[in-house]
Ligand binder design. Structure first.
Ligand code: AMP
Ligand code: GLY
Length: 430
């Protein structure tokens, strides 16, 4: 291991990166966040997460030999390829492996090639809308339409009727110009869980199972967002369900990664739906989830820095991941109007720093104000307030009490994070 006080470069600028910076500092690293944001100590606002030459100069000037990547964009742009052989190690997959997230068609082909449990799907090019329409009708409109590319969470349409499927296909055609591909999937039902691990392609060390709340409004209503809150662990995910996920999804994924002509090193995220027919993989992400990371990192008792180094060294077998007992809940403080294309921002944020010990405010969509230390809202998801409790209901209560202390004009908080009714799972199928 290369010591625990190394200079580390972290790429990204959201609340997930704030949580990563906090955790890696706990582990003894000195963390520079490129570009970071006005609320994260050690941010370097002049260097974007995809400006590889500038990142390299920064690493050389600071003696940094490790880059941890938060978001998908630098990975899809090839940050791990750029630094190959440079003496600077990147924790994150190379561009080709990042296609598991950046292309839904490629990712679905990978799942098929390696026998991974997933929804049936049909892929089309942008000159095949008539075929896609016919297939959507054959499935009675119970389909999910997915644009093939990074779409910042806006490329997926979950449809419940032929009319909705037609509207989704029409919007897709209008939004994207030129040549593109898309996927039509059968619509599945069931609760979703996010399973995220660190993997070197041979082994994986899983963090706690988490659940995201993607829709804006209580009761999973309203438009999809980047995530309105998360919690971990997931009480209804019992050992049987976890064993089924390992057998049908995670183990074949690892076998697939070994069989493919690329190495995978980094975080791997499995978006899983627990359907009555067993667990099905909805998607891979090649990074930590956001807002899942904001609860998973406080919940992780083990050193993340040691886990990252062990993954890079191929010595994951010698590690264990210990989780803190109890439950962790993260509530997103959003700007009113989000996720519409436009809404007012620039409002002063009050109350950060008044939290009870053991709770966190991880900030994302913020900008500096005129006064030193002043933060203003800058985008949709402003901050995530995270609390820890002995059980989920207590952690929920604490998280909302802490969220009350942080205020700005037009603040919106979804009121039911961590309070989904326990799903009636067909456990027999698992
Ligand atoms: P994805 O980006 O592929 O994970 O899709 C975003 C969200 O759309 C998922 O978290 C699910 O809520 C929903 N979704 C995706 N695929 C399906 C599917 N086959 N059936 C039902 N819902 C889906
Ligand atoms: N929370 C889902 C994601 O990060 O994609």
């Amino acid at each position: 291991m290369s010591g625990n006080t190394q200079q580390l470069v972290l790429l990204g600028s959201g609340a997930r990166e704030h949580a990563l910076a906090w955790k890696l500092r706990q582990d003894g690293a000195t963390v520079h966040v490129l570009p970071g944001n006005a609320g994260i100590a050690g941010s370097v606002p002049g260097i974007s997460a995809t400006d590889f030459p500038a990142i390299k100069s920064f690493c050389e000037a600071h003696g940094s030999t490790l880059i941890v990547v938060g978001p998908e964009a630098p990975l899809a742009a090839g940050v791990a390829d750029y630094f190959l052989g440079s003496g600077i190690r990147v924790f994150g997959p190379r561009r080709q492996a990042a296609t598991l997230e950046s292309s839904k068609v490629w990712s679905k082909d990978f799942m098929r090639r390696h026998g991974i449990a997933t929804a049936r799907a049909w892929s089309y090019r942008s000159d095949q809308f008539a075929e896609a329409q016919a297939q959507a009708e054959a499935l009675g409109g119970q389909v999910v339409v997915k644009y093939d590319g990074l779409a910042a969470g806006k490329g997926v349409y979950v449809c419940s009727s032929v009319a909705e499927a037609t509207a989704a296909l029409t919007e897709l055609r209008e939004l994207h110009e030129g040549w593109f591909s898309f996927l039509l999937e059968e619509k599945l039902t069931g609760p979703e869980v996010s399973l995220i691990g660190l993997t070197d392609g041979n082994r994986i060390r899983l963090l706690a199972p988490a659940q995201d709340h993607k829709q804006l409004l209580a009761g999973d209503q309203g438009p999809n967002t980047g995530g309105m809150g998360a919690y971990c662990p997931v009480p209804f995910l019992d050992d049987n369900a976890l064993a089924a996920i390992r057998q049908d999804i995670i183990d074949p994924t690892l076998r697939g990664l070994q069989a493919e002509p690329f190495d995978f090193v980094g975080f791997l995220y499995f978006g899983v739906m627990l359907t009555p027919q067993g667990p099905k993989l909805l998607e891979y992400n090649v990074r930590l989830g956001d807002p899942e990371a904001e609860v998973l990192l406080p919940a992780l008792e083990s050193s993340l820095l040691e886990l990252i180094e062990a993954t890079l060294d191929g010595s994951l077998a010698q590690t264990i991941t210990r989780q803190r007992p109890g439950a962790f809940v993260g509530v997103v403080l959003a700007s009113g109007g989000y996720p519409a294309a436009q809404f007012p921002t620039g409002f002063p944020i009050h109350g950060i720093g008044q939290q009870t010990k053991g709770t966190h405010v991880f900030v994302g969509g913020v900008q500096p104000g005129q006064q030193p230390g002043e933060l203003l809202t800058a985008s949709g998801r402003v901050a995530v307030v995270v609390a820890h409790g002995p059980d989920l209901p207590t952690a929920v209560q604490l998280a909302y009490a802490e969220a009350e202390k942080v205020n700005f004009q037009d603040k919106y908080v979804r009121p039911d994070i961590g309070q989904r009714p326990a799903p009636l799972l067909e456990t027999k199928a698992y």
